[in-house]
Ligand binder design. Sequence first.
Ligand code: PMP
Length: 362
Amino acid sequence: CRPEVSGLPRYNSGLSEEEVQRRYGLKNIVKLGSNENPYGPSDLVKSGWDVLMGRLGRYPDAGAATLRSDIAKTCGIAHDRVLVGNGSEQIIRMIAEAYLSPRDRVVTVRPAFGLHEICPRMMGAVVDAVPITAEATFDYAAMLAAVHQPTKLLMFANPSNPVGCMMTGEALRALIEACPPDTLIVVDEAYREYAEQDPDYPDARAILEKQARPWIILRTFSKAYGLAALRIGYALTSSADVTATLDSVRDPFNTNMPAQVAACAALADTAYMQDCVSKTVAERERVVQLLVTQGLFVAPTWTNFVFVRTPMLADKLSTALLERGIIIKPWKEAGFENWIRISIGLPEENNIMLRALADLVL
Ligand code: PMP
Protein backbone atom coordinates (compact mmCIF):
# COMPACT_ATOMS: atom_id res chain seq x y z
CA CYS A 1 0.00 0.00 0.00
CA ARG A 2 1.01 3.66 -0.09
CA PRO A 3 3.65 4.56 2.55
CA GLU A 4 1.23 7.15 4.02
CA VAL A 5 -1.23 4.35 4.72
CA SER A 6 1.18 1.83 6.25
CA GLY A 7 2.23 4.32 8.93
CA LEU A 8 -1.27 5.46 9.91
CA PRO A 9 -2.39 5.22 13.55
CA ARG A 10 -5.58 3.15 13.88
CA TYR A 11 -8.71 5.02 14.89
CA ASN A 12 -10.02 3.63 18.17
CA SER A 13 -13.76 3.42 17.66
CA GLY A 14 -14.26 1.82 21.08
CA LEU A 15 -15.97 -1.43 22.01
CA SER A 16 -19.62 -2.19 21.31
CA GLU A 17 -22.01 -3.64 23.88
CA GLU A 18 -22.17 -6.86 21.82
CA GLU A 19 -18.37 -7.23 21.81
CA VAL A 20 -18.07 -6.74 25.58
CA GLN A 21 -20.95 -9.17 26.20
CA ARG A 22 -19.22 -11.78 24.03
CA ARG A 23 -15.71 -11.21 25.37
CA TYR A 24 -16.53 -11.10 29.08
CA GLY A 25 -19.65 -13.29 29.15
CA LEU A 26 -21.70 -10.45 30.68
CA LYS A 27 -25.33 -9.54 30.13
CA ASN A 28 -25.76 -5.99 31.40
CA ILE A 29 -23.43 -3.43 29.88
CA VAL A 30 -23.04 0.25 30.77
CA LYS A 31 -21.79 1.96 27.61
CA LEU A 32 -20.05 5.25 28.36
CA GLY A 33 -17.38 5.13 25.67
CA SER A 34 -18.77 6.89 22.59
CA ASN A 35 -20.46 10.13 23.71
CA GLU A 36 -23.93 9.07 22.57
CA ASN A 37 -27.25 10.50 23.80
CA PRO A 38 -28.47 7.89 26.34
CA TYR A 39 -32.10 9.01 25.81
CA GLY A 40 -32.01 8.13 22.08
CA PRO A 41 -33.96 10.03 19.41
CA SER A 42 -37.23 11.95 19.52
CA ASP A 43 -40.57 10.09 19.22
CA LEU A 44 -41.01 11.91 15.90
CA VAL A 45 -38.16 9.76 14.54
CA LYS A 46 -39.73 6.57 15.89
CA SER A 47 -43.20 7.34 14.48
CA GLY A 48 -41.86 7.57 10.92
CA TRP A 49 -40.26 4.14 11.04
CA ASP A 50 -43.09 2.06 9.51
CA VAL A 51 -43.23 4.33 6.46
CA LEU A 52 -39.47 3.88 6.03
CA MET A 53 -39.74 0.11 6.07
CA GLY A 54 -42.03 0.29 3.04
CA ARG A 55 -39.43 2.25 1.07
CA LEU A 56 -36.39 0.01 1.60
CA GLY A 57 -36.41 -1.24 -1.98
CA ARG A 58 -35.61 2.20 -3.42
CA TYR A 59 -32.30 4.04 -3.57
CA PRO A 60 -32.13 7.07 -1.30
CA ASP A 61 -32.14 10.60 -2.72
CA ALA A 62 -28.48 10.91 -3.71
CA GLY A 63 -28.53 14.66 -3.15
CA ALA A 64 -30.46 14.42 0.15
CA ALA A 65 -32.50 17.40 -1.05
CA THR A 66 -35.15 17.44 1.69
CA LEU A 67 -32.69 17.10 4.55
CA ARG A 68 -30.33 19.69 3.08
CA SER A 69 -33.23 22.07 2.63
CA ASP A 70 -34.40 21.50 6.25
CA ILE A 71 -30.86 22.12 7.53
CA ALA A 72 -30.58 25.22 5.32
CA LYS A 73 -33.85 26.59 6.75
CA THR A 74 -32.91 25.79 10.34
CA CYS A 75 -29.46 27.39 9.99
CA GLY A 76 -30.55 30.30 7.76
CA ILE A 77 -28.11 29.46 4.98
CA ALA A 78 -28.46 28.77 1.24
CA HIS A 79 -29.22 25.17 0.27
CA ASP A 80 -26.06 24.98 -1.85
CA ARG A 81 -23.91 25.69 1.20
CA VAL A 82 -25.05 22.51 2.96
CA LEU A 83 -23.60 19.04 2.45
CA VAL A 84 -24.53 15.85 4.28
CA GLY A 85 -22.32 12.89 5.06
CA ASN A 86 -22.42 9.36 6.40
CA GLY A 87 -21.59 10.80 9.79
CA SER A 88 -19.45 13.93 9.97
CA GLU A 89 -16.56 11.44 9.95
CA GLN A 90 -17.14 10.96 6.26
CA ILE A 91 -17.06 14.71 5.64
CA ILE A 92 -13.68 14.94 7.41
CA ARG A 93 -12.37 12.30 5.00
CA MET A 94 -13.91 14.17 2.04
CA ILE A 95 -12.23 17.41 3.15
CA ALA A 96 -8.85 15.65 3.26
CA GLU A 97 -9.41 13.98 -0.12
CA ALA A 98 -10.57 17.18 -1.78
CA TYR A 99 -8.08 19.67 -0.37
CA LEU A 100 -4.86 17.97 0.76
CA SER A 101 -1.82 16.99 -1.29
CA PRO A 102 1.35 15.28 -0.03
CA ARG A 103 3.43 17.53 2.25
CA ASP A 104 0.63 20.08 2.81
CA ARG A 105 0.76 21.31 6.39
CA VAL A 106 -2.24 20.82 8.69
CA VAL A 107 -2.59 22.36 12.15
CA THR A 108 -4.73 20.68 14.78
CA VAL A 109 -4.54 19.96 18.52
CA ARG A 110 -3.51 16.93 20.61
CA PRO A 111 -5.26 15.03 21.98
CA ALA A 112 -7.94 15.42 19.32
CA PHE A 113 -10.66 13.49 17.56
CA GLY A 114 -8.56 10.79 15.86
CA LEU A 115 -9.72 11.48 12.31
CA HIS A 116 -8.54 15.11 12.44
CA GLU A 117 -5.05 13.66 12.22
CA ILE A 118 -5.61 10.32 10.45
CA CYS A 119 -7.47 11.67 7.37
CA PRO A 120 -4.86 14.36 6.56
CA ARG A 121 -2.03 11.86 7.05
CA MET A 122 -3.82 9.43 4.73
CA MET A 123 -3.32 12.03 1.99
CA GLY A 124 0.38 12.48 2.82
CA ALA A 125 -0.14 15.81 4.58
CA VAL A 126 2.09 16.75 7.51
CA VAL A 127 0.19 17.29 10.77
CA ASP A 128 1.33 19.77 13.40
CA ALA A 129 -0.74 18.88 16.48
CA VAL A 130 -0.48 21.50 19.23
CA PRO A 131 -0.69 19.88 22.70
CA ILE A 132 -3.31 21.14 25.13
CA THR A 133 -2.06 22.94 28.23
CA ALA A 134 -1.47 21.41 31.68
CA GLU A 135 -4.81 23.01 32.71
CA ALA A 136 -6.48 20.95 29.97
CA THR A 137 -7.44 23.75 27.64
CA PHE A 138 -6.40 25.05 24.20
CA ASP A 139 -2.85 26.47 24.08
CA TYR A 140 -3.74 29.73 22.29
CA ALA A 141 -0.16 31.04 22.07
CA ALA A 142 1.16 27.79 20.61
CA MET A 143 -1.77 27.54 18.15
CA LEU A 144 -1.19 31.13 17.01
CA ALA A 145 2.52 30.39 16.51
CA ALA A 146 1.65 27.21 14.57
CA VAL A 147 -0.57 29.00 12.03
CA HIS A 148 2.05 31.64 11.34
CA GLN A 149 3.76 29.09 9.07
CA PRO A 150 2.19 28.08 5.74
CA THR A 151 -0.98 26.20 6.70
CA LYS A 152 -3.23 24.49 4.18
CA LEU A 153 -5.80 23.41 6.75
CA LEU A 154 -6.63 24.37 10.34
CA MET A 155 -9.02 21.81 11.82
CA PHE A 156 -10.15 21.36 15.41
CA ALA A 157 -13.29 20.70 17.40
CA ASN A 158 -14.96 23.36 19.57
CA PRO A 159 -15.76 22.19 22.16
CA SER A 160 -12.90 19.73 21.94
CA ASN A 161 -13.05 15.96 21.98
CA PRO A 162 -11.62 14.30 24.12
CA VAL A 163 -10.71 17.19 26.44
CA GLY A 164 -14.08 18.94 26.41
CA CYS A 165 -12.60 22.46 26.53
CA MET A 166 -14.18 25.44 24.76
CA MET A 167 -12.42 28.07 22.66
CA THR A 168 -13.76 31.57 23.29
CA GLY A 169 -14.90 33.86 20.47
CA GLU A 170 -12.01 36.23 20.99
CA ALA A 171 -9.44 33.44 20.72
CA LEU A 172 -11.22 31.90 17.74
CA ARG A 173 -11.25 35.24 15.90
CA ALA A 174 -7.56 35.88 16.64
CA LEU A 175 -6.58 32.39 15.53
CA ILE A 176 -8.52 32.60 12.27
CA GLU A 177 -7.13 36.04 11.50
CA ALA A 178 -3.57 34.81 12.12
CA CYS A 179 -3.93 32.11 9.44
CA PRO A 180 -2.50 32.70 5.98
CA PRO A 181 -5.23 34.00 3.61
CA ASP A 182 -5.64 30.71 1.75
CA THR A 183 -5.90 28.44 4.81
CA LEU A 184 -9.06 26.32 4.84
CA ILE A 185 -10.61 26.59 8.31
CA VAL A 186 -12.63 23.65 9.62
CA VAL A 187 -14.42 24.03 12.95
CA ASP A 188 -15.92 20.74 14.06
CA GLU A 189 -18.98 21.48 16.20
CA ALA A 190 -20.00 17.89 16.98
CA TYR A 191 -20.80 18.87 20.60
CA ARG A 192 -22.13 22.38 20.03
CA GLU A 193 -25.60 21.67 21.43
CA TYR A 194 -24.07 20.95 24.86
CA ALA A 195 -21.90 24.10 24.79
CA GLU A 196 -24.56 26.48 23.44
CA GLN A 197 -26.07 26.87 26.90
CA ASP A 198 -22.98 28.93 27.81
CA PRO A 199 -23.34 32.50 26.54
CA ASP A 200 -19.57 32.51 25.97
CA TYR A 201 -19.77 29.69 23.41
CA PRO A 202 -18.82 31.49 20.21
CA ASP A 203 -20.90 31.67 17.07
CA ALA A 204 -18.13 30.35 14.82
CA ARG A 205 -20.26 30.84 11.75
CA ALA A 206 -20.83 34.55 12.43
CA ILE A 207 -17.06 34.95 12.88
CA LEU A 208 -16.26 32.96 9.74
CA GLU A 209 -18.87 34.74 7.57
CA LYS A 210 -16.78 37.90 7.94
CA GLN A 211 -13.75 36.14 6.42
CA ALA A 212 -12.85 36.16 2.74
CA ARG A 213 -11.48 32.65 2.92
CA PRO A 214 -12.81 29.10 2.57
CA TRP A 215 -14.27 27.50 5.69
CA ILE A 216 -16.39 24.57 6.77
CA ILE A 217 -18.37 23.98 9.96
CA LEU A 218 -19.09 20.35 10.83
CA ARG A 219 -22.10 19.18 12.79
CA THR A 220 -23.67 15.83 13.56
CA PHE A 221 -26.94 14.09 14.42
CA SER A 222 -24.97 11.46 16.39
CA LYS A 223 -24.75 13.31 19.69
CA ALA A 224 -27.53 15.55 21.02
CA TYR A 225 -30.02 14.34 18.37
CA GLY A 226 -29.52 10.71 19.40
CA LEU A 227 -29.04 9.21 15.91
CA ALA A 228 -25.51 7.75 16.17
CA ALA A 229 -26.55 4.39 14.71
CA LEU A 230 -27.85 5.94 11.49
CA ARG A 231 -24.60 7.74 10.59
CA ILE A 232 -25.58 11.22 9.51
CA GLY A 233 -23.78 14.54 9.85
CA TYR A 234 -23.54 17.75 7.88
CA ALA A 235 -21.31 20.61 6.83
CA LEU A 236 -22.06 24.31 6.40
CA THR A 237 -19.61 25.79 3.91
CA SER A 238 -18.34 29.26 3.05
CA SER A 239 -19.66 29.05 -0.53
CA ALA A 240 -21.43 26.90 -3.11
CA ASP A 241 -17.96 26.38 -4.65
CA VAL A 242 -16.66 24.70 -1.49
CA THR A 243 -19.78 22.49 -1.39
CA ALA A 244 -19.24 21.58 -5.05
CA THR A 245 -15.60 20.71 -4.36
CA LEU A 246 -16.60 18.37 -1.55
CA ASP A 247 -19.41 16.99 -3.69
CA SER A 248 -16.92 15.95 -6.34
CA VAL A 249 -15.32 13.40 -3.96
CA ARG A 250 -18.64 12.27 -2.45
CA ASP A 251 -19.83 8.68 -2.88
CA PRO A 252 -23.04 9.02 -4.94
CA PHE A 253 -25.43 7.56 -2.34
CA ASN A 254 -23.37 8.50 0.70
CA THR A 255 -26.26 8.85 3.14
CA ASN A 256 -29.03 6.28 3.43
CA MET A 257 -32.75 6.94 3.25
CA PRO A 258 -33.70 6.06 6.87
CA ALA A 259 -30.93 8.38 8.07
CA GLN A 260 -32.13 11.27 5.89
CA VAL A 261 -35.75 10.89 7.00
CA ALA A 262 -34.83 10.43 10.67
CA ALA A 263 -32.55 13.48 10.62
CA CYS A 264 -35.41 15.63 9.25
CA ALA A 265 -37.70 14.39 12.04
CA ALA A 266 -35.00 14.94 14.69
CA LEU A 267 -34.36 18.47 13.44
CA ALA A 268 -38.08 19.25 13.72
CA ASP A 269 -38.15 18.36 17.42
CA THR A 270 -35.77 20.92 18.94
CA ALA A 271 -37.61 20.80 22.27
CA TYR A 272 -36.83 17.10 22.68
CA MET A 273 -33.17 17.63 21.80
CA GLN A 274 -32.88 20.51 24.25
CA ASP A 275 -34.50 18.47 26.99
CA CYS A 276 -31.90 15.70 26.45
CA VAL A 277 -29.12 18.29 26.55
CA SER A 278 -30.43 19.87 29.79
CA LYS A 279 -30.69 16.48 31.50
CA THR A 280 -27.20 15.50 30.34
CA VAL A 281 -25.63 18.81 31.38
CA ALA A 282 -27.23 18.60 34.86
CA GLU A 283 -26.08 15.01 35.19
CA ARG A 284 -22.59 15.99 33.99
CA GLU A 285 -22.31 18.57 36.78
CA ARG A 286 -23.27 15.92 39.34
CA VAL A 287 -20.72 13.42 37.92
CA VAL A 288 -17.94 16.05 37.86
CA GLN A 289 -18.63 16.95 41.50
CA LEU A 290 -18.45 13.31 42.58
CA LEU A 291 -15.27 12.61 40.59
CA VAL A 292 -13.60 15.67 42.11
CA THR A 293 -14.69 14.47 45.55
CA GLN A 294 -12.92 11.20 44.76
CA GLY A 295 -9.73 13.27 44.31
CA LEU A 296 -9.57 12.99 40.52
CA PHE A 297 -8.64 15.85 38.17
CA VAL A 298 -11.47 16.48 35.71
CA ALA A 299 -10.86 18.74 32.71
CA PRO A 300 -13.41 21.59 32.54
CA THR A 301 -15.97 20.40 29.98
CA TRP A 302 -18.64 21.90 27.69
CA THR A 303 -19.71 18.53 26.25
CA ASN A 304 -21.56 15.31 27.13
CA PHE A 305 -18.40 13.66 28.46
CA VAL A 306 -15.61 14.17 30.98
CA PHE A 307 -11.86 13.72 30.48
CA VAL A 308 -10.35 12.50 33.73
CA ARG A 309 -6.75 12.03 34.92
CA THR A 310 -6.44 8.94 37.10
CA PRO A 311 -3.60 7.52 39.19
CA MET A 312 -3.77 4.29 37.14
CA LEU A 313 -2.73 3.58 33.57
CA ALA A 314 -5.83 4.24 31.48
CA ASP A 315 -5.59 0.93 29.64
CA LYS A 316 -5.40 -1.06 32.87
CA LEU A 317 -8.30 0.85 34.40
CA SER A 318 -10.37 0.40 31.24
CA THR A 319 -9.82 -3.38 31.29
CA ALA A 320 -10.82 -3.55 34.97
CA LEU A 321 -14.00 -1.59 34.16
CA LEU A 322 -14.76 -3.80 31.16
CA GLU A 323 -14.60 -6.86 33.40
CA ARG A 324 -17.48 -5.22 35.31
CA GLY A 325 -19.36 -4.50 32.09
CA ILE A 326 -18.51 -0.79 31.93
CA ILE A 327 -17.21 0.72 28.69
CA ILE A 328 -15.22 3.97 28.84
CA LYS A 329 -12.47 5.23 26.50
CA PRO A 330 -8.86 5.03 27.69
CA TRP A 331 -6.27 7.37 26.15
CA LYS A 332 -3.05 5.89 24.80
CA GLU A 333 -1.13 8.79 23.28
CA ALA A 334 2.20 9.73 24.85
CA GLY A 335 1.60 12.12 27.74
CA PHE A 336 -2.06 11.09 28.16
CA GLU A 337 -1.71 7.44 29.22
CA ASN A 338 -3.42 8.21 32.54
CA TRP A 339 -6.49 9.89 31.04
CA ILE A 340 -9.88 8.33 30.44
CA ARG A 341 -12.92 9.78 28.71
CA ILE A 342 -16.31 8.95 30.20
CA SER A 343 -19.57 9.78 28.43
CA ILE A 344 -22.46 11.00 30.55
CA GLY A 345 -25.12 8.30 30.56
CA LEU A 346 -28.40 7.84 32.42
CA PRO A 347 -28.14 8.64 36.16
CA GLU A 348 -28.21 4.95 37.13
CA GLU A 349 -25.47 4.14 34.59
CA ASN A 350 -23.32 6.97 35.92
CA ASN A 351 -23.82 5.68 39.47
CA ILE A 352 -22.61 2.21 38.47
CA MET A 353 -19.55 3.77 36.81
CA LEU A 354 -18.81 6.03 39.82
CA ARG A 355 -19.02 3.12 42.28
CA ALA A 356 -16.68 0.99 40.15
CA LEU A 357 -14.19 3.85 39.76
CA ALA A 358 -14.18 4.47 43.51
CA ASP A 359 -13.48 0.76 44.07
CA LEU A 360 -10.65 0.59 41.55
CA VAL A 361 -8.93 3.95 41.93
CA LEU A 362 -9.18 4.85 45.61
N1 PMP B 1 -16.11 15.10 15.28
C1 PMP B 1 -15.94 14.91 16.59
C2 PMP B 1 -15.21 15.93 17.37
C3 PMP B 1 -16.43 13.75 17.20
O1 PMP B 1 -16.23 13.55 18.50
C4 PMP B 1 -17.12 12.80 16.41
C5 PMP B 1 -17.67 11.52 16.99
N2 PMP B 1 -17.13 11.02 18.08
C6 PMP B 1 -17.26 13.05 15.07
C7 PMP B 1 -16.77 14.22 14.52
C8 PMP B 1 -17.94 12.08 14.16
O2 PMP B 1 -19.28 12.06 14.36
P1 PMP B 1 -20.26 11.30 13.38
O3 PMP B 1 -19.42 10.66 12.30
O4 PMP B 1 -20.95 10.29 14.21
O5 PMP B 1 -21.16 12.36 12.83
